[in-house]
Ligand binder design. Structure first.
Ligand code: C2E
Ligand code: CA
Ligand code: CA
Length: 750
């Protein structure tokens, strides 16, 4: 029931009923009938003739008597007298009129009209004087009107002063009552089409002979009565309503079945349409529902059944709007390339209980797309989604950009869940076959098990974990709940980095590099530092990662380059050639504007680019490898030296070496620190040095902490040395003082 109440149909139904309850749907009913009867017309019955008194001043009773005599000679079926009788002015006139009336016997009736008509019914009736009409029957014209004084219904009969009077319409139609106490006029009768003779023409005898014979004649003046609204025709004299009422009462039934059956029918049609799978049947049923809502009430009225369309119209309009809105948001929530729902759709959904959120990221996704023609991009995503769907057993796979796919999994015990994902990972060891292209790829997972948190947070957590898994080269990363406490900090990081750069909390340290051959300090590596005022020093590995996530890595990188250049220019002024190394984040190397920005900076600062070394690490988090290789080649063409950092630890260092035109290899600290005791590491370092030299590269050993390691590396033929043994990373002023000291000592010696 709760879920039904949230469906568009239920919302539309409830709103429609609420609007009706507060009377707000009446206006729609009014517009409907008013427009409906503009198109639906029929002529008034020819068996009725109106003798209109509207074209002269009010007749005296004597003249009224003469008029009745002329009419009587034509032998009408029945006469209704529907005008004021100016009784008591002329005694002789009054007597003549009374005589004429008596002469009609049962074939005349008088109409008493309400002086006031509103939503509560008719009041203030004007009755003809008994002295004149004698025993002739009186009929009443009484109506119930809507909020705009448009007639809706009238009673069959009315009790006034203890006597019951039939209504004019009922008398015209020759009926007494119906299944309800009120009846509903047929407004398709065109008031203009009522056969009418102006009284002047009648008095002069200017009318077709036999026009009144056998007909119902209504002698009527509209000058004393209020005009009333008539659907399709604004306001008209109420005689039109009496005739429309009579026409309705001659139909087989006269029944108001209210709005309920139509509303139920339309709701049923909508439910049936919802069950249909194909668009055409759906569309057909919706069309039937709309046509029924608008056509059926008018059609039913032609046989005397009144159906209110208002609630159904309101309901349809609300239902349609909700569906359109849903369609639009669904369009937004679908990625255009693959047609799969995107992560936004998952984030906006309400996650069922007992589910884990999984985000998978495909390694080298951008690279795969780059080699594929545009039209196969969607196919690529779909094929990955299919493979995930097969492996996970979940039907709905969401697709974010940059090769992220998400879904929800049954929350198994952790061990089971991890081995389940391992199984899924195995599926991706088989290459992807897209068109004629074959790709090897791998998949990394981020898992969020924090049930109870909202979908957006959970998807983001799983996403962050997946990215972390990708950059660490791990299969699965679990999002730990306690890290949520870090979230506000991470979210505001963007602003904090800018602030740190401004107020000097972020600064550069310089660590010396030693040249074994010349036995001098030949350069330094610039290493970033952050002394956070409340969190203390933050390790660069950690905050570089956070800056990447916060989208602040560009700003940091260019700031580092500018600072390093300032330092390099200062040291080079001392006379000796001094090489400055900077680190380039994996997230930066494939950026489209990297090369232009670097070129602009060196040009503006007037430094020879060959004094700068760019250190890059091979990690799988480089998204677009071809673009990265292109950028690095361009940088080298500009004169920058290129260094492969952490050599031997990356996933594909050798492949990188083959692709990249580098100048230098930096042996990772993990091998260097153990070469004295570990034979194995010594072998690795020795052969790497050999390989590098064979390829024309120089070799830097980093992380040298003691004299033994230092001398061993010199023996092994290493070119440059870096490590605490030679100097810790220092603020520039300290570094500069040491450098100058060594320089002067050497000059003093030399
Ligand atoms: P890395 O490029 O491998 O930098 C060398 C790291 O080894 C530095 O850590 C340095 O302080 C440390 N180190 C140097 N000599 C020794 C030693 O003898 N023993 C030991 N145990 N460690 C030594 P740090 O400064 O913490 O930087 C860590 C990493 O952060 C760097 O690794 C680099 O990847 C990154 N990083 C630092 N500054 C920047 C920067 O400006 N931009 C980018 N993108 N990354 C940076
Ligand atoms: Ca480095
Ligand atoms: Ca390193």
């Amino acid at each position: 029931m709760r879920t039904f109440l949230r469906t568009p149909l239920a919302i539309a139904l409830l709103l429609g009923l609420a609007l009706r309850f507060f009377g707000l749907s009446d206006a729609i009913g009014h517009v409907y009938w008013n427009l409906g009867y503009k198109v639906n017309h029929q002529s008034a019955p020819a068996s009725l003739v109106l003798v209109s008194l509207d074209d002269t001043a009010e007749l005296t009773t004597g003249e009224q008597a003469r008029l009745l005599e002329i009419v009587r000679q034509q032998v009408p079926r029945k006469v209704y007298f529907d005008a004021r009788i100016p009784y008591g002015i002329s005694k002789s006139g009054d007597a003549k009129l009374a005589q004429s009336v008596a002469g009609f016997g049962k074939d005349i009736a008088f109409v008493a009209r309400a002086g006031k008509v509103d939503t509560y019914g008719a009041t203030d009736f004007k009755f003809p004087p008994r002295d004149i009409i004698g025993q002739a029957p009186i009929v009443v014209s009484a109506w119930n009107a809507n909020f705009l004084y448009y007639v809706e219904s009238g009673p069959y009969a009315l009790e006034l002063n203890g006597r019951t009077f039939p209504s004019f319409s009922a008398s015209l139609a020759g009926v007494n009552d119906g299944p309800e106490s009120v009846f509903y006029p047929d407004f398709s009768v065109d008031p203009v089409s009522i056969v009418r003779i102006p009284v002047k023409a009648l008095l002069k005898g200017e009318f077709a002979p036999g026009l009144l014979t056998g007909r119902t004649v209504v002698i009527s003046s509209s000058s004393q009565v209020p005009l009333l609204g008539y659907f399709g025709h604004a306001t008209v004299a109420p005689l039109a309503h009496d005739i429309a009422g009579a026409v309705a009462l001659q139909k087989p039934v006269s029944l108001n079945i209210t709005f309920v059956p139509l509303l139920a029918l339309i709701a049923l049609l909508i439910i049936v349409a919802g069950r249909k799978r194909d668009r055409r049947s759906k569309l057909l049923i919706y069309s039937v529902a709309i046509a029924t809502t608008f056509g059926l009430p008018l059609l039913a009225r032609t046989v005397g059944i009144v159906i209110s369309p208002d609630v159904s119209i309101v309901m349809l309009a609300i239902y349609g709007s909700i569906r359109l809105w849903q369609k639009r948001t669904r369009q937004i929530q679908h990625t255009s390339v693959s047609g799969l729902p995107n992560l936004l759709a998952l984030s906006a959904s309400s996650l069922p209980v007992g589910r884990d959120v999984v985000v998978a990221v495909i390694g080298r996704y951008e690279e795969i797309l780059a080699t594929l023609p545009q039209e196969l991009h969607g196919e690529c995503a779909k094929q990955i989604a299919r493979r995930i769907a097969v492996g996970s057993g979940e039907a709905e796979i969401y697709h974010g950009d940059s090769g992220h796919f998400a879904w929800i999994e049954e929350a198994r015990p952790l061990e089971m869940q991890l081995s389940h994902l391992e199984g899924l990972r195995a599926l991706f060891s088989a290459p992807l076959q897209i068109g004629t292209h074959t790709f090897d790829t791998n998949i990394h997972f981020g898992l969020d098990r924090n049930e109870g948190l909202d979908a957006l947070t959970r998807v983001n957590s799983a996403l962050a974990s997946a990215n972390e898994a990708l950059s660490n080269g791990r299969a699965i990363e679990l999002f730990e709940a306690h890290r949520l406490a870090e979230a506000p900090w991470e979210l505001s990081l963007h602003a904090r980095i800018d602030e740190g750069l401004r107020n000097g909390d972020i600064w550069l340290a310089f660590q010396a590099q030693w040249d074994f051959e010349t036995q001098t300090i030949c350069g330094a590596e610039a290493l970033i530092r952050w002394n956070h005022p409340t969190r203390g020093p933050i390790a660069p590995d950690a905050f570089i990662l956070q800056a990447e996530r916060a989208g602040r890595i560009d700003a940091l990188t260019y700031w580092v380059l500018e600072e390093a250049i300032t330092a390099a220019l200062a040291v080079n002024l001392m006379g000796e050639r001094f090489q400055m190394s900077v680190n380039l984040s994996a997230q930066m190397v494939d950026k489209a504007d990297l090369v232009t920005n670097f070129a602009e900076i060196v040009q503006r600062r007037g430094i020879d680019a060959s004094l700068l070394t760019v250190e890059v690490t091979e990690t799988s988090s480089v998204r677009n490898r071809p673009a990265a290789c292109h950028n690095l080649t361009q940088l080298r063409n500009l004169g920058f030296r290129l260094s492969i950092d952490d050599f031997g630890t990356g996933e594909a260092s050798l492949a990188y070496l083959a692709d990249l035109p580098s100048d230098e290899l930096k042996l990772d600290r993990r091998f260097v620190s153990k070469i004295v005791e570990s034979e194995r590491d010594r072998v690795i370092v020795t052969s790497t040095i050999g390989l590098a030299h064979a390829l024309g590269q120089s070799v830097v050993a980093e992380g040298i902490e003691d004299a033994a390691t230092f001398s061993l590396l010199r023996e092994l033929g290493c070119d440059l040395a870096q490590g605490y043994y030679l100097g810790r990373p220092q603020p520039f002023a300290v570094f500069m003082r040491d450098y100058e000291e060594r320089l002067s000592r050497r000059i003093g010696r030399g």
